[in-house]
Write a protein that binds this ligand. Sequence first.
Ligand SMILES: [Zn+2]
Length: 265
Amino acid sequence: MRHRLLTSLGCVVLAAAGAAVPSCQQHQNGVTMALRAQARPKVLYLTHTAGFVHDVLPHSEQVLRTLGAAQGWDVVPSKDVSLLTAASLGEYAAVVFYTTGELPVSDQQKQDLLAYVTAGHGFVGIHSATDTFYKWPAYGEMIGGYFDGHPWHEQVGVRVDDPAHPSTTHLEPRFTITDEIYQHRNWSRGQSHVLLTLDTDKVDMTKKGIKRSDKDFGLSWTRTYGSGRVFYTALGHRKEVWDDPRYQTHLVEGIRWSMSARTKS
Ligand SMILES: [Zn+2]
């Protein structure tokens, strides 16, 4: 074991120096993987808005770049949907959507995005990512639901459903936060791994626009999609939320989890 490790490390050094080392061929895959693992992961943060425009987007881009840099990631904010192609997406370990409406992309681009996630990359949806691509049901199936109004914009109670997930382990089992709070349709607890739920004991349930008869309002969840991992958080409308260390850790760890599918095998 020790010999194999030393041999592989030797190959990395020699390969990096451009040397042709026949004995390294058997380790070629390992060398390639080792070098790739050492590369700085890139995260595409797509903020194209084809519907409602969130004022918080410029601030969110700044926060996510800073948070990413602290993790050794290059977060690339962009509104350019032309980046959603197989060739461009291949550069990124994960794609983060804070989008609205029907993004102007081709059918081929839609296929490329799904193929990218299926192949084992990360997809992260923030807040209005579920207010996106209503006319593309396969997207809704991937992310796990569609926005169906926001009955609340006030301080609400939130319950942690899975305290063991890296994106929630730092949170109190029940906590309060002030934000615009979504409800979703085409979403069910049985089809997603729920991380956070609205604590209906701590919210005004007489609000207009409450539609879910089961009163089950998931606020963050994960899904697997092919070999890929999907993380979604409904929180993130307000600037104050983006400045909240609890939210920052929630998001960073959600992104890390999403893009670790390929290294977990
Ligand atoms: Zn919003």
